[in-house]
Ligand binder design. Sequence first.
Ligand SMILES: Nc1ncnc2c1ncn2[C@@H]1O[C@H](COP(=O)(O)OP(=O)(O)OP(=O)(O)O)[C@@H](O)[C@H]1O
Length: 556
Amino acid sequence: MELDRGDNAHTVKRRLQIALNVPTEESSLTFGDMVLKNDLSAVRNDSPLLLTRNILHRSSSTPCLSPRGNDIQQKDKSGPIEILGQSDCFYITKQLVRDIVKAIKMGVDPIPVHSGLGGAYYFRNSRGENVAIVKPTDEEPFAPNNPKGFVGKALGQPGLKRSVRVGETGIREVAAYLLDYDHFANVPPTALVKITHSIFNVNDGVNGNKAHNKNLVSKIASFQQFIKHNFDASDHGTSSFPVSAVHRIGILDVRIFNTDRHAGNLLVRKLDGVGNFGHVELIPIDHGLSLPETLEDPYFEWIHWPQASIPFSDDELDYIRKLDPVRDCEMLRRELPMIREACLRVLVLCTIFLKEAAEFGLCLAEIGEMMSREFRAGEEEPSELEIICIEARRLVEEREVFSPKAGMGDDEFLFDIDCEETEYDFTPKMAAGIGFGNGRYPLSKLEESIEEAEESDEGEEEQEVATLPAPERIPSISKLSMSLKNSSLDSSSGHRSANEQLPASVSFVQLADLTEEEWMVFLEKFQDLLKPAFASRKSITLGQKQRQRLGTSCQF
Ligand SMILES: Nc1ncnc2c1ncn2[C@@H]1O[C@H](COP(=O)(O)OP(=O)(O)OP(=O)(O)O)[C@@H](O)[C@H]1O
């Protein structure tokens, strides 16, 4: 749709109503996090907008609205597949699009993919070979047009993972590809497209029954190059996986906080050419559940693979050193303007974490472990990463409470104040400091829990590894973690927009509600806390190795 400078959200809605023959009066038009009221100046060329119906629990995204009127195809002048984005990275995708459009004209239709929970389609070239997998955003699990019966939520509601909204996995697939600089982790070329075909699924009404009219329908979808492969990592012993491939995929997973790196999401291709016997290549797919809006429990299948315990190579360390989370965010905002700031904060945090951890000398497995939650006695506990964030937040809040100008609304003050904490003694403060002195949280409950946790820690574990320093106790705070959950750690921001805060119970620590100034201070504090936490993790690993050696020698 061509827009004039003078157009406002209302005129856009009116034009959509005329073009697509759907009522738009009870709808909101969204650009990224922003509900557009009037001014459209933030909207850039080729930016997709989301039109959401407010009343019905069913919504459709703008260019994906199913055309109903007879004259629609005359009005939509776009081609059958249009890449949404400008990046030079899309040159392979452009070629694939040309091949597919040619094949469609010759009558080679796409075929539905039966595996997976979401709607997905293999698009083919004129020789009938699969060349791309296309996943429409409104056919994701729980989305209104899911063809496999997993329906029942509106676009924008929490999805399979609560910190990734329904309809928003496609942009994450693209983000993972764009962030995979130099094709380091081997993510297949992926783009967001507007694509028109009659194969796509449109459910009939709110019950989610399939409509059987095979009209042309336009959708926003992720479009990924199909990579020929022999199996996935769940069908194959992992010992032949190259160390560097595991490291590279792990580095990406850590940066994007992948919550879904299960073995099925690693394709394996045999390289049985001359001199390659037994060698395989790994292809990471399905990054739709990465870059969540809050920290939660990531899933890293590689965490217990021996490759992940081998130190990073010089090349890998060099790659990590060159990562720049600020540049990443700028690039993603440019290429995917609808991406939420909350996701970008997770990216920034995890990239800093990775860079500092690698520089400190931690291996991939140690980094992954620090990011993963533990379940003890059926309770989920915050990860070490989350505990660091909780502490960093406490320091930000404490600073605000004790600041003489607190409450005076002088945001700049946050930057004026001198930060004197050069050295931070991680352990004792971490154990005793996870309370919230600003009166918003039930401090007494937390203290009680801490005491109990400390008491129980003085038992078996400490006697077993008497040489280990106290930091080992940091993760074993199951009671504390429950208190944290109950105390609704997520402070409500008061800003309600399209970027509504996700339900409080799903995360131990929120990042999205910090103001920009608080976020900068938070990152400073976070970085200060990292070294002691890494030292603590290293001592745990060393302790485990000592125990293993001791165990082995006892056998003789
Ligand atoms: N780039 C690709 N190249 C080849 N095959 C692919 C590619 N991406 C996905 N597939 C195949 O399609 C199947 C479904 O894809 P995918 O797992 O991404 O969909 P999904 O609906 O997100 O699945 P899930 O419900 O497991 O998360 C995969 O199991 C894999 O076999």
